[in-house]
Design a protein. Structure first.
Length: 236
């Protein structure tokens, strides 16, 4: 899919909140260490920070995906954010982290000393600009949790993984299928969308039965018609 086609380019969308998530940096755009940061890597499913840890650092994702979540006393989990390349986390309101951050895939992170980042106007402005975009995505997610049906939630989740999608309008006019990588398990998708694993599985089965998606690999689905999936999100 050529995202430079004007019919599929949302870079100038009026309310563009950098809504799409990607887990790999574009070729030739891998970030290099800066004097203000150090780079670290974590394997998939590794805990990066725990809720209650000292919030002395902030993090920028250079490669891979990260989930932020909270646990209830009985073990129930709500995934608060699903983050990809360019996203940031670690700006806590107090002195400790209020969420747990876990590597969804192998990740490479730029780690900034929190006080140094807040004191460096260039670094602070760049990271805060990204936080503003993430805030807009959280507004969309609050709507999803509060008002959307199970099928609308799953369709919205899939659409968010389409490269270049900004969340407004349908990126139709493409030929062939778009392939969407599913880094999350069905349980994790449920924890992110506020659904049980059984409901998530039924929604995927319904989308497959109706021809909206097709499985190409265990962790990947093909979407033959983006406009059709877009209409199922309840946002159009």
């Amino acid at each position: 899919m050529d995202m430079r086609n004007p019919r599929t380019d949302f870079s100038n969308a009026k309310y563009d909140a950098a809504w799409a998530i990607r887990f790999d940096a574009p070729a030739g755009e891998r970030a290099r260490p800066t004097p203000a940061s150090r780079h670290v890597t974590h394997p998939a499913r590794a805990t990066i920070v725990d809720e209650g840890d000292n919030a002395a650092s902030v993090y920028e994702i250079l490669d891979g995906g990260v989930i932020l979540f909270k646990l209830l006393a009985d073990g129930r989990r709500q995934i608060i954010e699903l983050l990809g390349v360019g996203d940031v986390f670690g700006f806590a309101a107090g002195q400790t982290f209020d969420v747990t951050a876990e590597a969804l895939t192998p990740v490479r992170l730029a780690v900034f000393d929190r006080k140094a980042a807040e004191a460096d106007s260039e670094v602070r402005d760049r990271l805060f600009n990204r936080l503003r975009a993430q805030m807009c995505a959280l507004h969309d997610h609050a709507l999803l949790l509060g008002r959307k049906s199970a099928q609308e939630r799953v369709a919205t989740y899939l659409l968010r993984l389409v490269p270049g999608y900004s969340g407004f309008g349908c990126i139709g006019g493409t030929n062939g299928s778009v392939r969407v990588r599913l880094a999350m398990t069905r349980q994790e998708i449920g924890d992110y969308l506020g659904l049980t694993i059984e409901t998530v599985s039924r929604a995927f089965s319904s989308l497959r039965r109706d021809g909206v998606i097709a499985y190409s690999k265990q962790d990947e689905v093909a979407v033959p018609n983006i406009c059709r999936l877009c209409r199922l999100t309840g946002s159009q």
